[in-house]
Ligand binder design. Structure first.
Ligand code: ADP
Ligand code: X2W
Length: 300
């Protein structure tokens, strides 16, 4: 194959820009949360898989945690069940839990594993049940309305939060040059399955692995202000204010919360980026500008 002068110059420029980042991140772990809303078409899914395989090729260790909320919603709709969310969390009764487990642990997980395989990578799909990866406990949401004296406790059914992460199985896969692909299902002490928001799982996995980066791929350009502009360099105070005035709500709530937790707990950086942009992950990793919203820890 021959390449023309213009393409050769462009490739050389891209490589020169990427090289310092490749050197910096080699041997380090990057946790990528692949949201269901970012899995929109075959071209984008393929681009995502290619990026993950390329990272591995240059010596970075990607660990994928995926969502699949819209995919769960579609199957529930087919069986005549309505989806209901509280603060971005799906209310999950026993029947919904079965659907969640089938869609996340089966359909979506294996689709991503296969996508990575078709681009030359070796991925292994896991749920939090495999190798004792994610111990969960029931999540209780507390809400304090202006008219309430005591906070109201909302029962979301089989919705969990992460109690503990044992990354033994992930470490083993990474050491064997595999790419772990994790579905956000945890198991309680009682042996019950829990549906956990994928952002929360990604954040905790990144923490325990002390990842270089946590990258959350979603369907917006990042965290947006009321005028729709992308905000970046957000710390705890800014995030609190944006939640309080309602600018950040719904599905963006668990993202910003887990990103803040992760950077507080030692993950070097957390980013919320647009999964609808082709090669968004590589643009974030390997360009000076990066993309989307950077979440920072304490201080300016
Ligand atoms: N300030 C905000 N900036 C961007 N998106 C926001 C904001 N507040 C709420 N959202 C909502 O959060 C959604 C992303 O969360 P979610 O639907 O759970 O995506 P994912 O499937 O990627 O986890 C956006 O599509 C948007 O509707
Ligand atoms: C408790 C809870 O809400 N769990 C999520 C798990 C999937 C998920 O997080 O998917 P996205 O990342 O695509 O939103 C759900 O049932 O939709």
């Amino acid at each position: 194959m021959t390449i023309d002068q213009q393409s050769a110059t462009r490739i050389a420029r891209v490589l020169a820009e990427a090289l310092p980042y490749i050197r910096r991140f080699r041997g380090r772990t990057v946790v990528i949360k692949y949201g269901g809303n970012a899995m929109v078409d075959a071209r984008l899914k393929s681009g995502f898989a290619r990026d993950v395989v390329l990272m591995k090729l240059v010596g970075i260790h990607p660990v994928v945690v995926h969502g699949g909320g819209p995919q769960i919603g579609r199957l529930l709709e087919r069986i005549g069940k309505e989806s209901r969310f509280v603060d971005g969390m799906r209310v999950t009764d026993a029947e919904t839990m079965d659907v969640v487990e089938m869609v996340l642990g089966g359909l979506v997980n294996k689709e991503i594993v296969q996508l990575i395989a078709s681009h030359g990578g070796r991925a292994v799909g896991l749920t939090g049940k495999d190798g004792g990866l994610i111990r969960a406990r029931k999540l209780h949401i507390r809400r304090k309305g202006p008219e309430l004296e005591q906070p109201e406790i909302i029962d979301l059914g089989h919705v969990g939060e992460v109690e503990a992460v044992d990354t033994g199985v992930v470490d083993m896969l990474v050491a064997g040059d595999f790419i772990p692909v994790i579905a956000p299902i945890g198991v309680g002490e009682d042996g019950r399955s829990y549906n956990i928001n994928a952002d929360l799982v990604a954040g905790r996995v990144a923490e325990v692995l002390q990842a270089e980066k946590l990258i959350l791929l979603t369907n917006t350009a990042g965290v947006l202000d009321r005028e729709g502009r992308v905000l970046t360099g957000l710390g705890p105070e800014e995030v609190d204010a944006l939640i309080a005035d309602g600018t950040i709500h719904g599905g963006m709530l668990p993202k910003v919360r887990c990103a803040l937790e992760a950077v507080r707990a030692g993950v070097r950086a957390a980013h919320i980026i647009d999964g609808r942009v082709e090669h968004a992950v590589l643009l974030e990793l390997f360009t000076d500008e990066g993309v989307g919203t950077l979440i920072r820890g304490e201080g300016p």
